[in-house]
Design a protein around this ligand. Structure first.
Ligand code: FES
Length: 153
């Protein structure tokens, strides 16, 4: 066997082993994926079901609105509206109306969420108080440590 032929055969065998090994490891699936990222969205532009867990410093712009009662901030990345409802409470709910996915706003004078698209009203718990929406807004947990607010599912 010539040197060139030997190298070609070894190279092909090695490639075949690598491909076979990759196919085996790539094809194994036991349904225990730990991926908690996207891909499980519910569609319609609303929040998906991926894990929410982020922190913001409410002493800094644009989050500093949360230093004042009635102040709120809408996080564009997660579509979550965060509101300082009382001196000691900051809440977070989905900013996407459960009726037809329009954006809701917070009405400080009534301490409620309002969707101007069709008039749905939601309590600060996320519960529907006036339709046509029939499903509550998803509510998230919050914890404040100093000026750092954590929002999580
Ligand atoms: S989309 Fe909000 S009430 Fe219809």
């Amino acid at each position: 066997m010539e040197r060139k032929d030997f190298i070609e055969q070894v190279g092909l065998s090695g490639a075949a082993i690598l491909i076979f090994g990759c196919m085996q490891s790539c094809s194994k699936s036991d349904g225990t994926s730990t991926n908690t990222g996207g891909g499980t969205g519910t569609g319609g532009g609303g929040n998906n079901t991926s894990t929410v867990d982020f922190s913001i410093d409410i002493s800094k712009s644009p989050f500093d609105a949360l230093k004042n009662i009635g102040g709120f901030y809408v996080d564009p990345a997660t579509n979550i509206i965060i509101v300082k409802t009382t001196a000691s409470e900051i809440i977070a709910v989905s900013s996407i109306c459960t009726h037809q996915q329009a954006s809701i706003t917070y009405q400080a004078n009534n301490n409620r969420f309002y969707c101007a698209a069709h008039g749905s009203v939601f309590a600060t718990t996320g519960a529907v108080t006036t339709g046509p929406a029939t499903t509550a807004l998803k509510k998230y947990q919050t914890s404040l440590t100093g000026t750092v607010l954590r929002v999580f599912a």
